[in-house]
Design a protein around this ligand. Structure first.
Ligand SMILES: Cc1cc2nc3c(=O)[nH]c(=O)nc-3n(C[C@H](O)[C@H](O)[C@H](O)COP(=O)(O)OP(=O)(O)OC[C@H]3O[C@@H](n4cnc5c(N)ncnc54)[C@H](O)[C@@H]3O)c2cc1C
Length: 379
């Protein structure tokens, strides 16, 4: 067994870390205030090629290993979560359906532009009555000549308002349940397609979440992704990888929280001594370090398995639960270690505390992921 990361990944990690420290972290509070990422920062992300890490080389991306993508997400998650969300959507749920099931024409049309960052992608599965129970979606797609007529409402869609192309799940055959779901590539501006309510959230400021409304929206039949009835399978494949990289995001945040807490504990003096000398504080720090160690090994191992072409449905679900719950505990401890300061706006730990709460909910709640693991264990 060799646990060393390849040399090129170590160099890549360093490049991303420098970008985070030099360009992203200094404006993380500004972004939090303004609730938007400045355009010049998006341009710098494009210059670094960050939008195309996961997209194959023959489609204009880097075709990076899943392990490499995890390293990138780990580093990008050491600052405001909106940055890695913007980058991660194009590398994940916003493009992976096309990578997995796209025709040559669909790949040519969308992937190079998603890889360069010229296009923004989104993924629209969730509906007001269908979140965890994703196969209960009600949006319909009815074939009419060379088009499909889409009707229905999606909600909680990341980037939905700014996306140039959204991978949208809709029922082509209600009688078949999940096997009656198909995936469509819906371009911005199609008649009958509009953006509804923009959500106000607990955290993730700088990243938009909204409703998408389809009212007799005519989608060209050429925009069907895969075959009719394959939508749910495509969505689950997209989510398998997404859950793994989400584990890497939780890992990066956890590591940063540990560093911030160590620094604070060394300098905060109470009763004549730095609080890091107190066992109560040390144990919180130690528990964070133990979690980081376990999570790092689990994330990298599952990524290695996926890179070998193995099915990782169980591992990805386990990694997301392990990593996001550990990051949640770390955020709680970090606020505690910072005392009253930890509760104040402008403190990174306060922002991490709110942002990390989402990780146990989207791309599969902890409860649903435990159900997946149970199903895999009893197959
Ligand atoms: C900020 C944000 C961004 C998002 N981005 C996207 C996106 O880009 N695209 C997209 O399609 N979706 C997106 N989502 C939706 C997200 O994936 C769902 O919110 C999530 O899957 C949970 O669904 P729900 O909200 O309907 O909760 P529900 O399914 O209503 O669940 C409510 C609670 O019940 C539990 N529960 C449900 N069923 C069971 C069961 N059988 N056994 C035990 N417990 C159960 C759940 O775990 C949860 O605790 C986003 C959500 C948020 C908040």
């Amino acid at each position: 067994m060799d646990f060393t990361l390849p040399e090129e990944l170590l160099i890549f990690r360093e490049t991303v870390r420098k970008f985070v420290e030099k360009e992203l972290e200094p404006i993380s509070e500004q972004v939090e205030e303004e609730d938007r990422i400045p355009g010049h920062i998006v341009e710098k992300m494009k210059e670094l090629g960050l939008f195309g890490l996961a997209i194959p080389q023959d489609s204009g991306g880097y075709g990076m290993s899943v392990l490499g993508q995890c390293v990138a997400m780990e580093e990008l998650s050491r600052t405001n979560a909106c940055f890695r969300t913007r980058i991660g959507t194009n590398n994940g749920i916003g493009s992976m359906g096309i990578v997995i099931a796209g025709t040559q024409e669909q790949k040519r049309k969308y992937l190079p532009k998603l890889a360069s960052g010229e296009m923004i992608g989104a993924f629209a599965l969730t509906e007001p009555n269908a979140g965890s129970d994703a196969s209960a979606i009600r949006t319909t797609a009815v074939r009419k000549g060379d088009t499909y007529l889409l009707n229905g409402t999606k909600h909680f869609i990341t980037n939905g308002d700014i996306a140039d192309v959204s991978t949208v799940m809709a029922l082509t055959d209600r009688s078949k349940g999940a096997r009656g779901i198909s995936a469509f590539l819906v371009d911005k501006g199609l008649p009958g397609f509009s953006v509804g309510k923009l959500e106000k959230k607990m955290g993730f400021r700088g990243s938009t979440t909204c409703e998408l409304i389809f009212d007799d929206c005519e989608v060209p039949a050429a925009n069907l992704l895969g075959r009719e009835g394959e939508g749910f399978r495509i969505a689950m494949q997209v989510l398998d990888k997404g859950r793994l990289t989400m584990g890497a995001c939780a890992l990066g945040a956890l590591e940063k929280l540990l560093e911030l807490s160590m620094e604070y504990a060394k300098t905060r003096v109470t009763f004549g001594e730095p609080i890091i000398n107190r066992q109560a504080i040390q144990w919180m720090l130690v528990n964070m370090a133990i979690d980081a160690y376990a999570v790092r090994n689990a994330v990298y191992h599952a990524a290695w398995k996926l890179d070998r072409g193995e099915r990782v449905t169980k591992e990805a679900a386990m990694v997301k639960v392990l990593a996001t719950e550990a990051a949640g505990r770390a955020a709680d401890s970090a606020v505690q270690i910072h005392g009253g300061m930890g509760y104040m706006k402008g403190m990174a730990v306060e922002r991490f505390y709110r942002d990390l709460r989402l990780l146990r909910i989207y791309e599969g709640t902890s409860e649903i992921l435990r159900m997946i693991v149970a199903r895999e264990m009893t197959r």
